[in-house]
Ligand binder design. Structure first.
Ligand SMILES: [Zn+2]
Length: 107
């Protein structure tokens, strides 16, 4: 092998290694981003998976406790009671102090 060819091949090897190193950094960033997204999807999946069970519990809970907010319970498994708020029209208006969901009940 000539010295010229060996030097050229070594230069190519360095160029390839540099290219792959840069790709590795991109792939690591992409992996970190996907792992973050996976955490979000897992959290959402846990919430959606829990919804049917929470729905079953909601009726009995409503009968034994204060008026619970369905947004807080079904979505997050949190127990917060809705509170009446003053309302200029004839409907009864209730608001959850935790998530601010409003519930209007025809009078
Ligand atoms: Zn709420």
């Amino acid at each position: 092998m000539t010295n010229g060819l060996a030097r050229h091949l070594m230069d190519e090897a360095h160029a390839i290694a540099t290219e792959l190193h840069q790709r590795k950094q991109q792939h690591e960033k992409q992996r970190a981003k996907l792992e973050d997204e996976l955490v979000v999807v897992r959290t959402q999946l846990e919430a959606t998976s829990a919804a049917p069970g929470r729905l079953k519990e909601f009726g009995p809970m409503l009968r034994s406790q204060e008026d619970l907010c369905p947004e807080c319970w079904i979505r997050r498994g949190q127990k917060h009671s809705v509170k009446p708020v003053s309302n200029p029209d004839d409907n009864d208006l209730f608001r959850c102090p935790n998530c601010n969901a409003q519930f209007s009940v025809a009078a």
